[in-house]
Design a protein around this ligand. Sequence first.
Ligand code: SF4
Length: 494
Amino acid sequence: MTILILEHPRILSSIHFNDIANTPLWSCLMGGYGAAILKESGLQVKFLNAAEKCWDFVKTKEAILEISPSLLSINGIYLWEHTGCFFDFIADLKTSGFNGHINLFGFFPTLAWTKILEKYLQVDSIIVGEHEKTLDDLAKCMENGGTCQDIPGLAMRKENSLIYNNKRQPEVDLDGFSFPARDLEGVSTASILASRGCYNHCSFCPIPTFYNNGPLWRGRSPYNIFKEIKELIDLGIRDFYFVDPNFVGPGKKGKERIIQLAELLAPLEITFGMETRANDLDSRLLESLVKAGLKSLLLGIESGSKKILGKLNKAGSLNTSEKAIGLCRSFGIEPEIGFLMFTPDSSIIDIQENFEFLLRNNLLDRLERTVNLLSHYQIVLKGTAGYNLFKTQGRLEKIGALGFEGEISYADNAVEWLKEVVVHLCRDLLYQMGQADSLIHWQYFDDNKEIFKKINGALVQVFKELLKKSQKGRPFPDPEITKNDMRRFLHGFV
Ligand code: SF4
């Protein structure tokens, strides 16, 4: 029996082209982990990473029809407004003669499994939660000709109803998983997953729900991570990015584990990046990581308002955030910042506090960072605590495929007005920064430093002016006129 694990094509969103919130970063390794466990079990498996190859759905369909697997298992990624194309592709496969079993796994299918199975009859089963062991059971069961209806973690359709017998608890020992299959052609930075889950429960984050709502963080042993990196070095990779939602992990033990890992990595002369919570950093840890090759770091700060940090259930303080930023700089690392300028419960005072926080910590001095920090807003996805709360409050309108996104009514009209104008302006700039013929294309930064600097200064000034306008209260200026005026002003610098 041939099994095909697929990373399906991605389509860039015209609205969310700069948002990565549609799925956690580590999704990119899910297909590879799935293929690896089946290979380890001695099953005949192929891994097609159509996303990495930049294939479209037509080319991917042709490749699948040629392989003609009995089991096609796909890491289903939410593609914002293009999600329908993914389901059209599945339907198209069936009408083109594909008659194997179609299985989905990953964050989006886990969080929307009932809706998907109800609506898309071409999907035969969905793995809910951590996928590897369930996928392995499904493949073995199919090979033995079983019905597969009582596999823990597997949801499927039976006649007119859905079957989902048992949840499957996530694996305790991550070292038991084989290293993920990879397509390294053209890859210079390899993603590595050193841990899974998170011990916190931020209201906007799908990680806790995916792992059965447990405050569950699990780490691989330092030696196991080292072994995988060593194998990749032998294949020519020297730069890595840890895609863990929470790289350091909880408490003293979490830090000690990372220091052990850093000691193993230091002699390898690699470089790497990582993402973590502000409260998990200290100077001993950073010193070890920098010695081991740390060159970039993203801190999940989220807000400069104490009230909003509480609403987001961030379990962090402003003081801790500011200390962490300073600490990174003292080791020569300029941190990237995860930040939500606009949330549905923000007041204009919260936005003012956010702005002051960013200015106070010298975070608005680079256009590519400023444009993100001033415009990011809370995206509310199904399965998160925030989605459920806003729904209960009657403030959520379901949008997107299967209502996977929630549009939330803002508590403060002034914030809503400001968000509309600022997000529009920043998107416009971000779009230009992605255009090869634009003076502010990100690759021209070294040649056009003065232009970048001027636009950055102008953008900060525009935000300040708009904030003042919003503080004056109703009536707010027509957002369309304001957008056009501000856009003309910013374009004057290019
Ligand atoms: S700290 Fe919050 S946002 Fe980050 S992974 Fe944990 S729950 Fe998610």
